[in-house]
Design a binder for this molecule. Sequence first.
Ligand code: UDP
Ligand code: MG
Length: 338
Amino acid sequence: MNSKYPPPDGGNPRALLSVVIPCFNEEAVLRETHRRLISTLEGVPELDFELVYVDDGSHDATLNLLRGIQRGDARVRVLSLSRNFGHEIAITVGLECAAGDAVAIIDADLQDPPEVILKMLERWHSGADVAYGRRTKRDGETWFKRWTAATFYRLLNRLANIAIPLDAGDFRLMDRKVVDAFLAMPERDRFTRGMVAWTGFRQEPVEYARAARAAGETKYPPSKMLRLAIDGILSFSLTPLRLATWLGFLSAGLALAGIFYALVLRLFTDSWVSGWTSMLLAILFSGGVQLMLLGILGEYVGRIYGEVKRRPLYLVKARLGFPSTGGWVAPDDEPADE
Ligand code: UDP
Ligand code: MG
């Protein structure tokens, strides 16, 4: 009864921790990930836990493996999406289904060591509402990825009105109230780390060395990284829209200076007919600026369009191991491969 982690409401004396694990084609590491998670969490006898695996439309044996894992362990829940909806959505799905007093999010590829969850739990226990992993060392990642990530976070911190911690990913543990606040945000372009930072509350870093992927390969090619970066900036900042104003002032200023210069030439010299190059440059410059700003406007309008369509955020293909009214949802009858 003397739980080290009493839940805030004091009802059930044992707190429940949910761990959300988004998986996309992770057959190569999944078994090992599960083993590491179980052995880590079983080391905390005062705590109940559940593992919520979200299969993000994998087309390898991931779902079959998860089915096998779920059969052998009632603490495992599996949600399989009808197709690949992307990492950010997979996280939201997991959070929606997690029942815990605290919920952790961890990658399936063991780049985030499960043991660090224990440190996050300690932070939670001492009053933090969010304990986020801050990477001190990143093995197996190219300098390009590290450099673009660092530049992006600095840019985002400048543009957005909220402080998104540098060098933090989605590996984190959140108190129930933060999870509820997060789920109350209905937006479709979901940038988890920014949205969690936005909720406020007490957020504390837990430092860890980010390992190399245990097996398999990254599901984040540069194009997806760029998409995420653009989502991050556009969902948290209106500064790009203000660029129009600033560039407008700049080109109007330049034009004024140009008029003044032309007048001086006209009145006091006789070399005023030359200058078609500068005219061409001015046309190209203002045309380019307008197209660029139209593009930025288009990005925002496109997102508004996406929001007003109000399509469901995701579709579920299978749910396994969830307690539901009247018992447990039976696992599918397809055979597991274990
Ligand atoms: N992931 C996902 N859906 C996707 C892409 C990735 O659920 O469309 C999961 C993936 O299985 C992993 C996590 O998101 O658990 C992070 O992906 P990955 O390790 O490939 O990204 P990286 O660490 O290289 O940034
Ligand atoms: Mg990874």
